[in-house]
Design a protein around this ligand. Sequence first.
Ligand code: ZN
Length: 427
Amino acid sequence: MYIYRARVFDTPTNPFTGGQLRSETDIALVVDDGKIIARTDIGTATTAHPDAEVIDLRDGILIPGLIDTHVHYPQIRAIGHLGKPLLEWLNECALPEEEKLVDDAYARNVADEFLTGLIGSGTTSAMVFGAHFASAVDILFARAAELGLRMTTGLVTSDRNLPEPLLTTVDRSLSESQQLIDRWHGQSRLRYAVTPRFSLSAGPELLAAGGQLVRDNPGISVTSHLNENHDEIAGVAQVHPQAQDYLDTYDKAGLLDRNTILAHNVHPNDRELARMAETGAAAAHCPTSNSALASGFFPLRRHIEAGVKVALGTDVGAGNGFSMFKEGVQAYFMQQLDPNGGQPLTSAHLLHLATKAGAQALDLDDKVGDLSEGKRFDAVLVRPTTGQPLDVGITNAADDEDALAKLFAMGTPADIAGVWIDGQPVK
Ligand SMILES: [Zn+2]
């Protein structure tokens, strides 16, 4: 049993609906077998648990583990290509790299690089877009199990409009996916997600096969892309002439429910937003990717007004790194600049989007997302080097919201001094 004595920031209540930052200068989190069993003052904690080891973290700021709701495993080596729109970027930068994961030795290296990047940035839970090769997905699951990451991922499926090595068939996608589900779903902190790449590269029969997997395996998740780019949306309409819009391609296949996360949704219509709210499907907002590919301004206000769940994703490798702090501040910038009138965001909104909202999108908020009594101890210690600009900013902050704003403005993976998942230190 451990008592973590720390300055703690989290957002158990939603700032978009009147909640605010919860901040404590000196609080004790009593952690037993990975679970926070008490959140109290240090005197009460040590009196109640005299044998527990006290770990003093007050030289930093402890926040909940960060939650990345959209990040591509095979694309770590594709980060940083600039100046291309989505479909050109896919063809020239991302897909040639994804084809290389057919080689297990290559996939093993990429899996290690990917998980190092993710955990090193303080991400403790993630919805990971897998690979097109079952063996490469198996490798990722195995490494994530060893490292303890709370990860949901799956086999990416496509049957058209991609290079031939990345294509599959309905039968093959069903058998390979089911084998991965049987092997990994529910093991360690791992869960499976049905992952059609997007409706531009997955026809109605292949999407329907995903819906069959969801029906056959209650509790598995779904992830894909939605409404990222105008050319993509026009292409989807050609592949799915019977669907009334992009979202409907997934809906017709039985892929929409509260375990569904759809990335981007930069250009939704009102019907799609209403239907996402009705089904509980979440949008993963990926602001550095939207900026890099010039996909557009994410209509955050419309999502919130429609009651759609929104969380943040890095979208590595169109997004340019694993830092959820960078995604947070980029979301803030884009809402500031949106010519249609963005949603003003405070630092509490950014922390909520990067933690609690991600837990809700992943349907994990009974376990993680904030540091309340009863939650698992997934946490990140931010402790910048003394004298560096982030340290100066936090030291001289007007109040805790201001200190948190500095953290999002200037925080990098180098400032993360500790990461715990289920009470286990992983960095
Ligand atoms: Zn993506």
